[in-house]
Design a protein. Structure first.
Ligand SMILES: [Zn+2]
Length: 336
């Protein structure tokens, strides 16, 4: 039934020939020049009703009864990434992995990196050490069982590793994750560590160990730190500003950035939940232009997985295995 919904969602959309996409991508890469820096593309796989900005109006107990759209929206993102020949890292929420195991397998089979977005989308600083440890371990085991491979990366719900929850880095490291990408070096009402490193770094945990951190990307314009790495900022800011910031990172600072998007951000048809003005602006602004804007971004910059960027920068063991060209056929989801 879920598969039928996915197929219906994709009906009418032309599934382009993957080989043609690869050729076009290779042509774009050449025309972009040999100085082209490869950046990390990441997708946080969750549904609209998991989002923290809407949490005050959505009861967790109702999640199972809400219209489920994460599968078809993620399928659309797989299709777009295949069209552009881009491999990405999918930080999959355990709740979604339990509901859509075939989706996780398809992300992996298509050549992308599967990483963890935790299990419940609870903010880390609202959880006890024991609760966070348990659910993070379970989310990793769930994904590893589905894909038959080690999961290296972790991203916390709503970037909720902050000054008060740095202890979580020790948990993540002890569970065998090789990198974290949860720290947003900005001031924000829900998250952020303004004085955190701005670029991929080996950071010290409270116990004295170390873990690789790929912080969410920001850039300084006229002394103002701008979050230019995706999500709501990508939809709220004009594209020329995002592009200028990312261009500065690549070409003036010679640094890679990590970009992030959620499947619900390309879904203007999602059910509208009544929330306050601030949450409404954050969640619903420019949903209808986001997919086109994302495709422009994929043409303007070069991308690969988080793991691949960190390996090439010497932060992780280089497996010498370049991510394959992504492929995707939506029909594979039909047996879920
Ligand atoms: Zn999330």
């Amino acid at each position: 039934m879920v598969g039928t919904r996915v197929l219906r969602a994709l009906a009418g959309r032309r599934i382009r020939n993957v080989a043609m996409s690869i050729r076009r991508n290779q042509t774009n890469a050449v025309s972009a020049g040999s100085h082209c820096i490869r950046n990390a593309m990441s997708i946080d796989v969750e549904d609209y009703f998991h989002v923290t900005a809407l949490a005050g109006s959505v009861d967790r107990a109702d999640w199972n009864r809400m219209e489920y759209r994460a599968e078809s929206n993620t399928a659309r993102l797989l299709e777009i990434l295949a069209d552009h020949g881009v491999c990405a890292t999918f930080f999959v929420l355990g709740w979604v992995a339990r509901r859509s195991p075939n989706l996780v397998r398809e992300i992996h089979r298509a050549g992308h990196e599967v990483a963890s977005h935790g299990m419940s989308h609870k903010l880390v600083f609202t959880q006890s050490h024991a609760e966070f440890s348990r659910e993070t371990r379970d989310s990793k085991a769930l994904l590893e069982d589905l894909i038959g491979e080690h999961v290296a990366g972790y991203r916390a719900a709503t970037y909720s590793i902050t000054h008060v929850s740095l202890w979580a880095l020790d948990v993540i490291r002890d569970l065998g994750f090789q990198y974290d990408s949860s720290i947003f070096p900005i001031r924000h009402d829900l998250y952020g560590i303004p004085n955190a490193p701005l670029r991929p770094s080996l950071i010290r945990t409270p116990s004295g160990s170390t873990i690789v951190e790929f912080p969410l990307s920001t850039v300084d314009f006229l002394g103002i730190r701008m979050p230019v790495s995706g999500g709501g900022y990508f939809r709220l800011l004009p594209y020329w500003l995002t592009k200028a910031g990312l261009h500065k990172l690549n070409h003036e600072l010679s640094e890679p950035f990590v970009f992030y998007l959620h499947p619900w951000e390309i879904d203007p048809g999602q059910p509208v939940i009544k929330v306050g003005l601030k949450s409404r602006l954050r969640h619903y602004t420019n949903l209808s232009v986001c997919e086109d804007r994302f495709q422009t971004l994929l043409r303007d910059f070069s991308f690969t997985t988080v793991k691949d960027v960190l390996s090439h920068r010497g932060f992780m063991e280089n497996t010498n295995s370049k991510p394959p060209m992504p492929t995707y056929q939506s029909s594979k989801l039909k047996n879920d």
